[in-house]
Design a protein around this ligand. Sequence first.
Ligand code: GRF
Length: 217
Amino acid sequence: MSFPIVVLISGSGSNLQALIDQSLQGQLNINICAVISNKADAYGLERAKNAGIPTHALDHKQFESREAFDTELQQMIDYYQPKLVVLAGFMRILTEGFTKHYDGKMLNIHPSLLPKYKGLNTHQRAIEANEKEHGVSVHFVSSELDAGAVIVQASTDIEASDDADSLAKKVHSLEHIIYPLAVKWFSENKLTFHNGTAILNGSTLPPTGILYNKDIE
Ligand code: GRF
């Protein structure tokens, strides 16, 4: 039986595509039951349709409050009874009630080496701060933005020639490796969440999770 997940997006959906590709290649035993976007023109919805996955566009602007949107979104997600909700470029601040409902069952990917550079424009901010390295983190979602327990990070050097675009490309290619990996661990019950911390293969992970290298499976 493949593992049911729902993916939430707002944009291009390249991380969604990485999950689709790995599941088609048999590396991930997941069933993407639905892809939901708060933007009707998100390209990721096309990617999902091309893969035969049910899609929904739920425009947050049609709701009078954040709570009302999150309540409707929650109902839409729960219809599919997923065991995991995957935020893949879902550009919304979530209400506490929503995050509590999926406590320990919702992952996000953030393009920085958390706890550094929460929020937006992470690549530019890392360059401006003269960082030597930058990267990406996969974490459990908590009620505080980009602050839940980190599972895995991957890093890349910042070269003198890098600008925000070139750095974003390098980070994106790392995202497409570590996000499917974290989803795989969760779907195989190797990754769990307990009392605010991430546990992998029975070991409590440090606050920055584990650092990806090619030998990790
Ligand atoms: C990624 O950079 C991810 O880290 C961030 O949003 C972006 C989504 O990209 N949370 P894509 O839509 O998966 O291509």
